[in-house]
Ligand binder design. Structure first.
Ligand code: SF4
Ligand code: SF4
Length: 270
């Protein structure tokens, strides 16, 4: 068995919510996700892995923690999905907390390890399955869950509703004109070459980034626009939570915004 030693880090989104779980709820959610949502692909990956460890050196967590084997990609799967399967889904709340810690805080779903695996096993996907289970159980880091909730209620990551978004962009356009005479932040221009899709923070804490983009677009003479309506924010934290329902809604709104404006390209923020 892999030895796991971790400094305890408290997070109310994980610790408090895990206290509310019942054994039936845990078993039901794991069964649903593993047997109904991800059965074929999951089984193929889990049964193909030969535990060779070739993927370990691809993982920055493994390297950052001095090659501690408990941070290797295959250990993350072994300590989460394999643990659930081995125990026939009858795991306790403490185990769910461990799965949440590993899948949210010890893997950032970068997929580098899958490039190193001779079989192409997608450990990032397997970690998203673990996040999905934790997400459905409500055992999610509080800050991340808050951003997921923001997508659900305001369709943006940072609690910026549509009217605030428009107000902010208009104010930034005024600022822009201090540097560029008649500079524009053009909303809803149908048929534009480019729809710029900002990060939510560009409408809140990092507004200078949106002004910078506007300067580049204006000076370069790009035919660009942004939606004044919902779907303007390019981020999707619901994906990281494991909330596929909100994730799908956010992506659909983004796609539909581009379709409605009939743009040729979307440029997203970082
Ligand atoms: S997907 Fe996760 S396990 Fe794989 S390299 Fe990235 S962080 Fe490491
Ligand atoms: S995921 Fe691939 S490279 Fe990593 S241990 Fe399993 S078989 Fe080996």
């Amino acid at each position: 068995m892999i030895k796991v030693e971790r400094r305890p880090v408290s997070d109310p989104g994980i610790d408090e919510n895990a206290k509310k779980l019942t054994p039936e709820q845990i078993e039901g959610v794991i069964r649903h996700v593993l047997e109904k949502e991800s059965a074929g692909r999951l089984r193929t990956f889990v049964e193909t892995c030969i535990h060779c460890g070739l993927c370990s050196d691809a993982c920055h967590y493994y390297l950052a923690y001095k090659r501690d084997p408990s941070y290797s990609p295959v250990a993350k799967v072994r300590l989460t999905l394999w643990d659930m399967i081995r125990r026939k889904y009858r795991v306790d709340a403490e185990s769910i907390k461990m799965y949440a810690r590993i899948s949210y805080a010890e893997c950032n779903i970068c997929k580098r390890c899958s490039m190193y695996c001779p079989f192409g096993i997608d450990i990032a996907y397997l970690m998203t399955v673990v996040r999905r289970i934790c997400g459905l159980l409500g055992v999610v880091p509080q800050y991340l869950q808050d951003q997921g909730n923001s997508h659900m209620y305001t369709y943006s990551q940072s609690w910026v509703p549509q009217d605030d978004w428009v107000d902010t962009a208009l104010w930034l356009e005024d600022e822009l004109r201090m540097d560029i005479r008649n500079g524009r932040i053009p909303f809803d221009k149908e048929g534009a070459e480019v729809m710029y899709s900002p990060h939510s923070l560009e409408a809140k804490f990092k507004t200078n980034l949106l002004t910078n983009i506007a300067k580049i677009m204006n000076v370069a003479g790009v035919d660009w626009t942004m939606p004044s309506f919902d779907g303007w924010d390019s981020t999707n934290q619901a994906m990281h939570v494991g909330d596929y329902e909100t994730m799908g809604m956010v992506e659909r709104m983004h796609f539909e915004a581009a379709m409605r404006l009939k743009v040729k390209k979307i440029i997203t923020s970082e």
